[in-house]
Design a protein around this ligand. Structure first.
Ligand code: HMG
Ligand code: MG
Length: 303
């Protein structure tokens, strides 16, 4: 049996990755309540919102209001997406603890998502990372389409290593290897992770798996076998990317916590509270949670 990490860090991305894809307007008050309930459940890393163009992602237009109204818990890192300096200035004013620059391992996706080439994206991210460093903010980078692209198809591990190197060179402290459209399988995931680990230390790499093809838990387990101990997950399996049509949400936080608890891996997060949050936000959105363990646990509690 391989040794698995004793503790895993979960970055809850539901308020950002989860809600960004919702077509119906969601009141800022609901977003604020979601973030506050998550910090109460024990999450120490919450991706709150994005400072992006409201024309591109209308759902995130209330980013400043949400950041202003959340009840900050000491020790919790509240992160936001910032594609450029305009986003960074807004993130700074909103007192974000960490900024996330988001690039891609696929040229085609980079153009669709942030309207520029990979090289241009790095030019935009460089001053953002420099400013973040100057102001004492942490920096994270996302590498989208690390396991496949909706426009380009196959993406090779070399492309992941290439973007990871570019991000490292501009001072991005931590990278998330993202399966935007959920096509990856465990061995392919390990190859993409190896590519990231050729540039970054083990503690500075995380996995971000959308669960479109039902592979996310297997892919997380494959990462655990490699010693990777940081994952982005989304309560109730909310999410998707508006520029990756057909991609469903991130792997559900409830399902990941259930698996980790079964493996005896600590997270510091209260699964029962997360199940309740998943049921609540799904009720608000008018649908059932996309969380198998979450729904099973909720049904058991109701019975
Ligand atoms: P652009 O049109 O090339 O930018 O968009 P521009 O610099 O030419 O500016 C155009 C307009 O946008 C201007 O306004 C700017 O002021 C405004 P106008 O003069 O037309 O009124 N603008 C901004 N407004 C607010 N905040 C900003 C900002 N920047 C420019 N930061 C841009 C380029 C990057 C802005 C645009 O493409 C964009 O906002 N894209 C965001 C796409 C996005 O949020 N996608 C989802 C998040 S990524 C994701 O989900 C993947 C991830 O989960 C990992 C995975 O699963 O793969 C992270
Ligand atoms: Mg995503």
């Amino acid at each position: 049996m391989p040794d698995l990490p004793a503790r895993v860090r979960i970055v809850e991305v539901g308020p950002r990755d989860g809600l960004q894809n919702e077509k119906q307007p969601i009141p800022a008050a609901v977003k604020v309540e979601l973030v506050d309930r998550l910090s109460d459940a024990g999450f120490t890393n919450i991706e709150v919102t994005s400072f992006v163009s409201p024309k591109w992602v209308p759902q995130m237009a209330d980013a400043a209001e949400v950041m202003a109204k959340i009840a900050r818990r000491p020790g919790v890192v509240y992160s936001v997406l910032t594609p450029n300096m305009k986003g960074f200035e807004a993130a700074l004013a909103a007192r974000a603890d960490e900024i996330v620059v988001f690039g891609a391992a696929s040229e085609a996706f980079s153009r669709k998502n942030i309207n520029c080439s990979i090289a241009e994206s790095i030019e935009r991210f460089a001053p953002v990372c420099e400013a973040a460093r100057a102001h004492g903010l942490r920096t994270r980078g996302a590498i989208s389409c690390a396991l496949g692209c909706p426009y380009q198809g196959e993406v090779k591990p070399e492309a992941v290593a290439y973007v990871a190197r570019l991000m490292k060179d501009i001072g991005v402290e931590h990278i998330g290897v993202a399966d935007t459209i959920g096509v990856g399988t465990p061995r392919a995931t390990q190859k993409a992770m190896e590519a990231a680990l050729s540039v970054y230390d083990l503690a500075d790499v995380s996995g971000h798996f959308h669960d479109t093809y039902g592979q996310a838990l297997a892919n997380i387990y494959a990462c655990l076998e490699m010693g990777i101990a940081s994952f982005d997950t989304s309560v109730a399996g909310l999410g998707g990317c508006p520029y990756a049509k057909g991609a469903t949400g991130n792997v559900a936080t409830e399902d990941v916590l259930y698996m980790l608890e079964g493996l005896g891996i600590e997270t510091g997060i209260d699964l029962a509270k997360v199940v309740a949050i998943g049921q609540w936000i799904s009720g608000h959105l008018g649908r059932k949670a996309f969380a198998r363990a979450g729904n099973a646990l909720a049904a058991k509690r109701a019975a």
